[in-house]
Design a protein around this ligand. Structure first.
Ligand code: HEC
Length: 180
């Protein structure tokens, strides 16, 4: 039973990847409105209940690593939303891995994207990691353009530049106050 479903998941995954790589030759990124605002709202509740104790209510990290800011994007910008989904779905919360429902995992991923100022869209983030693997995290557009005045991440983008590391602590403070 279990084996059959694993097989069909693998087959389904292969088919989905093939289909998506055709359609999405250009590739999508988290900047393309890949989750809905409602999902992010639900995800915030999941996060508060099950993640904030270790990753901090403002996502700046504690027992677990930060899920926002320079370190997070250094680690994740080359990865996909699917990678993030799978990491969370299979390994988090650390004390009870695998206990999130697929919807809860998608919701909490949406919340993390939203917190990091990736734009919401009209299509919900799915719970199948295969197509999500085609969606690169990159960095929020606002950060790479550096034009958003209020968000923490434009300051964060500057923190990537040499000699600007003093911006990092400021980023955390800005990101914090901007969110509340
Ligand atoms: C008991 C503490 C704890 C809880 C609760 C917890 N985490 Fe974690 N988390 C960690 C630790 C420690 C790591 C680093 C080790 C690892 O990657 O497995 C981590 C790693 C991560 C990473 C990878 C970060 C990176 O840059 O590598 C993500 C994403 C993440 N957690 C998300 C979540 C989410 C979402 C929840 C809630 C559903 C959650 N965590 C709940 C402790 C926790």
């Amino acid at each position: 039973m279990r084996r059959t479903s694993v097989c069909s998941v693998i087959l389904g995954t292969a088919l989905a990847v093939a289909a998506f790589s055709n359609v999405l030759a250009q590739g999508r990124s988290a900047n393309d409105g890949v989750y809905t605002a409602e999902q992010a709202k639900r995800g915030e509740m999941v996060y508060t209940d099950m993640c904030a104790a270790c990753h901090d209510p403002m996502l700046i990290g504690g027992v677990g690593p930060a899920l926002t800011g320079k370190d997070f994007f250094t680690a994740w910008k080359e990865m996909s939303v699917g990678d993030l989904f799978t990491k969370i779905k299979t390994e988090m919360p650390l004390t009870a891995p695998g206990t999130l429902t697929p919807d809860q995992a998608a919701d909490v991923v949406s919340y993390i994207l939203s917190f990091n100022k990736f734009p919401a869209g009209s299509t919900a983030l799915g719970t199948d990691p295969a197509p999500l693997k085609e969606v690169k995290i990159t960095e929020p557009k606002s950060a790479s353009r550096g034009t958003v005045p209020s968000g923490g991440l434009s300051a964060d983008a500057r923190a990537f530049l040499p000699g600007a590391s003093h911006e990092v602590s400021k980023t955390v403070a800005l990101g914090g106050s901007a969110h509340r």
